[in-house]
Design a protein around this ligand. Structure first.
Ligand code: SF4
Length: 308
Protein backbone atom coordinates (compact mmCIF):
# COMPACT_ATOMS: atom_id res chain seq x y z
CA UNK A 1 0.00 0.00 0.00
CA UNK A 2 2.76 2.42 1.04
CA UNK A 3 4.78 1.61 -2.08
CA UNK A 4 1.70 2.24 -4.19
CA UNK A 5 1.14 5.62 -2.55
CA UNK A 6 4.74 6.70 -3.01
CA UNK A 7 4.55 5.74 -6.67
CA UNK A 8 1.35 7.69 -7.07
CA UNK A 9 2.90 10.77 -5.54
CA UNK A 10 6.03 10.58 -7.55
CA UNK A 11 3.93 10.47 -10.67
CA UNK A 12 1.75 13.39 -9.47
CA UNK A 13 4.73 15.37 -8.37
CA UNK A 14 5.82 15.33 -11.71
CA UNK A 15 7.93 15.78 -14.70
CA UNK A 16 11.72 15.93 -14.31
CA UNK A 17 11.43 19.72 -14.77
CA UNK A 18 8.95 20.06 -11.89
CA UNK A 19 11.12 17.84 -9.70
CA UNK A 20 14.17 19.98 -10.43
CA UNK A 21 12.16 23.12 -9.58
CA UNK A 22 11.05 21.51 -6.33
CA UNK A 23 14.61 20.67 -5.38
CA UNK A 24 15.72 24.23 -6.07
CA UNK A 25 12.83 25.58 -4.01
CA UNK A 26 13.75 23.31 -1.10
CA UNK A 27 17.39 24.46 -1.19
CA UNK A 28 16.30 28.12 -1.26
CA UNK A 29 13.89 27.68 1.62
CA UNK A 30 16.44 25.77 3.73
CA UNK A 31 18.93 28.57 3.25
CA UNK A 32 16.35 31.23 4.09
CA UNK A 33 15.30 29.40 7.27
CA UNK A 34 18.87 28.86 8.42
CA UNK A 35 19.54 32.58 7.96
CA UNK A 36 16.33 33.26 9.98
CA UNK A 37 15.23 35.60 7.24
CA UNK A 38 12.01 37.49 7.95
CA UNK A 39 9.15 36.83 5.55
CA UNK A 40 5.36 36.87 5.43
CA UNK A 41 2.84 34.14 4.67
CA UNK A 42 1.56 34.26 1.09
CA UNK A 43 -1.84 33.18 2.36
CA UNK A 44 -3.59 33.79 5.66
CA UNK A 45 -6.82 31.87 6.15
CA UNK A 46 -8.82 33.45 8.92
CA UNK A 47 -12.03 31.74 9.97
CA UNK A 48 -14.51 34.01 11.74
CA UNK A 49 -17.20 31.37 12.40
CA UNK A 50 -16.70 27.61 12.45
CA UNK A 51 -19.82 26.51 10.62
CA UNK A 52 -20.62 25.24 7.14
CA UNK A 53 -23.86 24.68 5.22
CA UNK A 54 -22.39 21.97 2.96
CA UNK A 55 -23.02 18.21 2.91
CA UNK A 56 -19.78 17.09 1.26
CA UNK A 57 -18.74 13.55 2.04
CA UNK A 58 -15.02 14.39 1.90
CA UNK A 59 -15.16 17.05 4.61
CA UNK A 60 -15.46 16.72 8.37
CA UNK A 61 -16.84 20.27 8.59
CA UNK A 62 -20.02 19.28 6.73
CA UNK A 63 -23.45 19.52 8.36
CA UNK A 64 -24.12 16.72 10.85
CA UNK A 65 -20.46 15.69 11.02
CA UNK A 66 -18.67 18.73 12.33
CA UNK A 67 -17.34 17.98 15.84
CA UNK A 68 -16.34 21.61 16.44
CA UNK A 69 -18.33 23.94 18.66
CA UNK A 70 -19.95 26.85 16.82
CA UNK A 71 -17.19 29.37 17.54
CA UNK A 72 -17.45 33.04 16.63
CA UNK A 73 -14.39 35.27 16.57
CA UNK A 74 -14.65 38.31 18.84
CA UNK A 75 -14.47 41.76 17.31
CA UNK A 76 -11.61 42.64 19.68
CA UNK A 77 -9.54 39.75 18.39
CA UNK A 78 -10.31 40.57 14.74
CA UNK A 79 -9.21 44.18 15.31
CA UNK A 80 -6.03 43.02 17.06
CA UNK A 81 -5.14 40.77 14.10
CA UNK A 82 -5.88 43.53 11.56
CA UNK A 83 -3.73 45.97 13.55
CA UNK A 84 -0.81 43.51 13.49
CA UNK A 85 -1.21 43.02 9.75
CA UNK A 86 -1.15 46.80 9.23
CA UNK A 87 2.07 47.06 11.27
CA UNK A 88 3.53 44.17 9.31
CA UNK A 89 2.60 45.99 6.04
CA UNK A 90 0.86 42.85 4.86
CA UNK A 91 0.43 42.79 1.07
CA UNK A 92 -0.36 39.13 0.42
CA UNK A 93 -3.58 37.15 0.40
CA UNK A 94 -6.03 37.40 3.27
CA UNK A 95 -8.93 34.94 3.03
CA UNK A 96 -11.70 35.33 5.57
CA UNK A 97 -12.54 31.60 5.66
CA UNK A 98 -10.81 28.30 6.38
CA UNK A 99 -12.97 25.20 6.86
CA UNK A 100 -16.36 26.94 6.86
CA UNK A 101 -18.93 28.78 4.79
CA UNK A 102 -17.93 32.42 5.32
CA UNK A 103 -21.44 33.79 4.69
CA UNK A 104 -22.61 31.97 7.83
CA UNK A 105 -21.04 34.89 9.66
CA UNK A 106 -23.40 37.85 9.23
CA UNK A 107 -20.52 40.27 9.94
CA UNK A 108 -18.46 39.10 6.98
CA UNK A 109 -19.21 42.02 4.62
CA UNK A 110 -18.48 44.58 7.30
CA UNK A 111 -15.27 42.81 8.32
CA UNK A 112 -14.16 42.65 4.69
CA UNK A 113 -14.73 46.40 4.44
CA UNK A 114 -12.56 46.94 7.51
CA UNK A 115 -9.85 44.66 6.14
CA UNK A 116 -9.92 46.55 2.82
CA UNK A 117 -9.54 49.89 4.56
CA UNK A 118 -6.73 48.68 6.80
CA UNK A 119 -4.85 46.76 4.09
CA UNK A 120 -5.27 48.58 0.77
CA UNK A 121 -2.58 46.47 -0.94
CA UNK A 122 -3.64 43.03 0.30
CA UNK A 123 -5.49 40.57 -1.91
CA UNK A 124 -8.86 39.78 -0.33
CA UNK A 125 -10.35 36.50 -1.42
CA UNK A 126 -13.37 34.39 -0.44
CA UNK A 127 -14.56 30.89 -1.25
CA UNK A 128 -18.22 30.04 -0.81
CA UNK A 129 -20.26 26.90 -1.49
CA UNK A 130 -22.98 29.17 -2.93
CA UNK A 131 -25.83 27.74 -0.86
CA UNK A 132 -26.81 31.06 0.73
CA UNK A 133 -25.46 33.40 -1.92
CA UNK A 134 -27.29 35.85 -4.16
CA UNK A 135 -26.21 38.42 -6.74
CA UNK A 136 -27.05 41.24 -4.30
CA UNK A 137 -24.72 39.68 -1.74
CA UNK A 138 -21.97 39.38 -4.34
CA UNK A 139 -22.29 43.08 -5.15
CA UNK A 140 -22.12 43.93 -1.42
CA UNK A 141 -18.97 41.83 -1.00
CA UNK A 142 -17.17 43.48 -3.94
CA UNK A 143 -18.36 46.92 -2.86
CA UNK A 144 -16.82 46.17 0.54
CA UNK A 145 -13.47 45.54 -1.14
CA UNK A 146 -13.30 41.86 -2.14
CA UNK A 147 -10.86 41.09 -4.97
CA UNK A 148 -11.83 37.54 -5.90
CA UNK A 149 -14.70 35.16 -5.22
CA UNK A 150 -14.73 31.41 -5.90
CA UNK A 151 -18.08 29.63 -5.78
CA UNK A 152 -17.76 25.86 -5.45
CA UNK A 153 -21.24 24.52 -6.14
CA UNK A 154 -21.19 20.98 -4.70
CA UNK A 155 -24.00 18.83 -6.15
CA UNK A 156 -25.18 15.25 -5.79
CA UNK A 157 -24.20 12.68 -8.43
CA UNK A 158 -27.39 13.09 -10.47
CA UNK A 159 -27.28 16.89 -10.67
CA UNK A 160 -23.55 16.79 -11.35
CA UNK A 161 -24.00 14.30 -14.20
CA UNK A 162 -26.62 16.58 -15.75
CA UNK A 163 -24.38 19.61 -15.31
CA UNK A 164 -27.02 21.29 -13.13
CA UNK A 165 -26.13 24.09 -10.76
CA UNK A 166 -28.38 24.76 -7.75
CA UNK A 167 -31.08 27.26 -8.78
CA UNK A 168 -29.64 30.33 -7.03
CA UNK A 169 -26.17 29.67 -8.48
CA UNK A 170 -27.67 29.21 -11.97
CA UNK A 171 -29.32 32.64 -11.56
CA UNK A 172 -26.05 34.17 -10.37
CA UNK A 173 -24.24 32.73 -13.41
CA UNK A 174 -26.73 34.34 -15.78
CA UNK A 175 -26.36 37.70 -14.08
CA UNK A 176 -22.59 37.45 -14.07
CA UNK A 177 -22.56 36.72 -17.79
CA UNK A 178 -24.59 39.85 -18.39
CA UNK A 179 -22.33 42.05 -16.26
CA UNK A 180 -19.13 43.59 -17.54
CA UNK A 181 -18.10 44.46 -13.98
CA UNK A 182 -17.35 40.86 -13.14
CA UNK A 183 -15.86 39.89 -16.49
CA UNK A 184 -13.24 42.61 -16.43
CA UNK A 185 -11.06 43.38 -19.41
CA UNK A 186 -10.65 41.23 -22.48
CA UNK A 187 -7.16 39.85 -22.63
CA UNK A 188 -6.04 37.64 -25.49
CA UNK A 189 -8.93 35.26 -25.88
CA UNK A 190 -10.47 35.34 -22.43
CA UNK A 191 -11.67 37.67 -19.74
CA UNK A 192 -10.04 37.94 -16.38
CA UNK A 193 -12.90 36.98 -14.13
CA UNK A 194 -13.40 38.18 -10.59
CA UNK A 195 -15.91 35.43 -9.79
CA UNK A 196 -15.21 31.82 -10.73
CA UNK A 197 -18.04 29.31 -10.44
CA UNK A 198 -17.24 25.60 -10.44
CA UNK A 199 -19.66 22.68 -10.49
CA UNK A 200 -18.26 20.07 -8.11
CA UNK A 201 -19.27 16.62 -6.88
CA UNK A 202 -20.47 16.44 -3.30
CA UNK A 203 -19.22 12.85 -3.08
CA UNK A 204 -15.75 13.60 -4.43
CA UNK A 205 -12.70 11.80 -3.05
CA UNK A 206 -10.08 14.43 -2.42
CA UNK A 207 -6.93 14.20 -0.36
CA UNK A 208 -6.92 12.81 3.17
CA UNK A 209 -7.12 16.32 4.70
CA UNK A 210 -4.48 15.30 7.24
CA UNK A 211 -6.53 12.29 8.29
CA UNK A 212 -9.81 14.17 8.79
CA UNK A 213 -11.52 13.34 5.49
CA UNK A 214 -14.47 11.03 6.27
CA UNK A 215 -14.35 9.25 2.90
CA UNK A 216 -10.64 8.40 2.90
CA UNK A 217 -8.90 5.54 4.68
CA UNK A 218 -6.05 6.33 7.07
CA UNK A 219 -2.56 6.16 5.61
CA UNK A 220 -0.67 3.06 6.79
CA UNK A 221 2.41 5.18 7.55
CA UNK A 222 3.56 8.80 7.13
CA UNK A 223 4.72 9.66 3.63
CA UNK A 224 8.32 10.57 3.09
CA UNK A 225 7.49 13.60 0.97
CA UNK A 226 8.56 17.25 1.39
CA UNK A 227 5.87 19.81 2.14
CA UNK A 228 6.30 23.52 1.43
CA UNK A 229 2.95 24.62 2.82
CA UNK A 230 4.31 25.94 6.17
CA UNK A 231 6.28 28.51 4.15
CA UNK A 232 3.19 29.59 2.36
CA UNK A 233 0.12 29.39 4.53
CA UNK A 234 -1.06 30.09 8.04
CA UNK A 235 -4.53 29.35 9.39
CA UNK A 236 -6.37 31.07 12.24
CA UNK A 237 -9.51 29.75 13.94
CA UNK A 238 -12.25 31.88 15.56
CA UNK A 239 -10.71 31.37 19.02
CA UNK A 240 -7.41 32.85 17.82
CA UNK A 241 -5.38 29.64 17.59
CA UNK A 242 -2.84 29.48 14.78
CA UNK A 243 -1.86 26.36 12.91
CA UNK A 244 0.44 25.81 9.97
CA UNK A 245 -2.09 24.39 7.59
CA UNK A 246 -5.79 24.50 6.65
CA UNK A 247 -5.80 20.69 6.76
CA UNK A 248 -5.49 20.75 10.57
CA UNK A 249 -9.26 21.24 10.66
CA UNK A 250 -9.58 20.73 14.41
CA UNK A 251 -6.52 22.86 15.27
CA UNK A 252 -5.17 19.81 17.06
CA UNK A 253 -1.62 21.09 16.97
CA UNK A 254 -1.65 24.88 17.32
CA UNK A 255 1.61 26.78 17.00
CA UNK A 256 0.40 29.78 18.92
CA UNK A 257 -2.49 31.74 20.36
CA UNK A 258 -3.23 35.25 19.10
CA UNK A 259 -4.80 36.16 22.42
CA UNK A 260 -1.31 35.91 23.93
CA UNK A 261 1.09 36.46 21.01
CA UNK A 262 1.37 38.49 17.83
CA UNK A 263 1.08 37.03 14.35
CA UNK A 264 4.72 37.75 13.33
CA UNK A 265 5.94 36.32 16.66
CA UNK A 266 4.21 33.01 15.93
CA UNK A 267 5.06 32.88 12.20
CA UNK A 268 8.76 33.64 12.76
CA UNK A 269 9.19 31.49 15.90
CA UNK A 270 11.79 28.73 16.37
CA UNK A 271 9.21 25.91 16.76
CA UNK A 272 7.68 26.98 13.43
CA UNK A 273 11.12 26.97 11.78
CA UNK A 274 11.97 23.55 13.20
CA UNK A 275 8.79 22.13 11.71
CA UNK A 276 9.46 23.84 8.38
CA UNK A 277 12.91 22.27 8.16
CA UNK A 278 11.62 18.81 9.11
CA UNK A 279 8.86 19.03 6.51
CA UNK A 280 11.30 20.22 3.83
CA UNK A 281 13.17 16.99 4.47
CA UNK A 282 9.99 15.01 3.98
CA UNK A 283 9.59 14.02 7.63
CA UNK A 284 5.81 13.97 7.79
CA UNK A 285 5.92 11.89 10.95
CA UNK A 286 6.87 15.09 12.78
CA UNK A 287 3.23 15.88 13.65
CA UNK A 288 0.15 13.71 13.95
CA UNK A 289 -1.73 15.73 11.29
CA UNK A 290 1.16 15.70 8.78
CA UNK A 291 1.64 11.97 9.35
CA UNK A 292 -1.85 11.38 7.92
CA UNK A 293 -1.49 13.84 5.05
CA UNK A 294 -1.13 13.00 1.36
CA UNK A 295 -0.90 16.56 -0.02
CA UNK A 296 1.59 16.62 -2.92
CA UNK A 297 3.64 19.21 -1.03
CA UNK A 298 3.85 22.33 -3.19
CA UNK A 299 1.83 24.84 -5.18
CA UNK A 300 2.83 26.04 -8.64
CA UNK A 301 2.17 29.59 -7.53
CA UNK A 302 4.75 29.31 -4.78
CA UNK A 303 7.36 27.79 -7.09
CA UNK A 304 6.75 30.64 -9.54
CA UNK A 305 7.15 33.25 -6.80
CA UNK A 306 10.43 31.65 -5.74
CA UNK A 307 11.55 32.00 -9.34
CA UNK A 308 12.31 28.29 -9.89
S1 SF4 B 1 2.24 17.81 5.44
FE1 SF4 B 1 0.03 18.12 5.12
S2 SF4 B 1 -0.80 18.64 7.14
FE2 SF4 B 1 1.44 18.94 7.21
S3 SF4 B 1 1.74 21.09 6.65
FE3 SF4 B 1 1.92 19.92 4.76
S4 SF4 B 1 -0.14 19.98 3.88
FE4 SF4 B 1 -0.36 20.53 6.04
Amino acid sequence: MLQKLRKLFRSQAATPRANAALEQAIALLQERTQRQESFQPRIIQLETRSRCTGHCSFCLASVGRDPRPDLLMSETLFDKILGELVQWKFVNRLSLYNNNEPLMDKRITDWLRRARKALPLAYLELKSNGTILSMDKIIDLFDAGLDMLYINDYRDAEAFAKGEHRPNVARILKELEASRRFKGHFERNHHFRRVIVSLRKQEEHLNTRAGSSPNRDPLPAPLNLPCLRPFEQLAINPAGLVTLCCDDLLFQEPLGDLNQQTLPEIWLSSPYDRLRLALLEGQRGVRSTCSQCDYRGYSHEMLAELGV
